[in-house]
Design a protein around this ligand. Structure first.
Ligand code: ZN
Length: 164
């Protein structure tokens, strides 16, 4: 496995629409392994293929430690509710933003065996599904943030959940 370079905001690869995966082969599996390693080493909870320069519809998520979700050609098939909270991105280091997302999301995708899988997520996982799937269409959370947060000199982000 190898740790991959993560593109940063401003690099054009992050703004492209990714193509579906048509053939899940050894390269796809190697990419999934490398994406998981890259996400973990960067302390992220999700990573989309365009963030490592691959314009294919592939996402990995690990909101719950040890429970890695690998999504190939994912689609949101159901979403409801609303949550507003902070969000960050490995491609936008040193910043956070306040983003409103659905509080419940159901996703359909293929796993690395090419089988259809369905995942449901609430709270952070629902947010993560939305955030990562947005990457596949060239959208970054900063496009949707109603407010951006910058860390103070001690590295803390000042956000009062109740303030709106
Ligand atoms: Zn991101």
């Amino acid at each position: 496995m190898a740790k991959l370079y993560i593109l940063k905001e401003g690099e054009p690869g992050l703004r492209k629409t990714c193509r579906p995966v048509t053939d899940i082969n050894l390269r796809t599996k190697r990419l999934l392994d490398d994406m998981v390693e890259t996400m973990r080493k960067a302390d992220g909870v999700g990573l989309a293929a365009p963030q490592v320069g691959v314009l294919r519809r592939i996402v990995v998520i690990e909101v719950e430690e040890g429970n890695v979700l690998e999504l190939i050609n994912p689609e949101i098939i159901e979403a409801s509710g609303e949550q507003t909270g902070t969000e960050g991105c490995l491609s936008v280091p040193g910043k956070q933003g306040i983003v409103t997302r659905p509080s419940y999301v159901k996703v359909k995708a293929l796993n690395r065996q090419g089988e259809e899988v369905i995942y449901e997520g609430t709270d952070l996982l629902a947010r993560c599904f939305c955030h990562e799937l947005d990457h596949l269409d060239g959208t970054l959370y900063v496009d949707k943030a109603k407010k951006m947060l910058y860390p103070d000199k001690d590295g803390y982000y000042d956000y009062d959940e109740d303030e709106d």
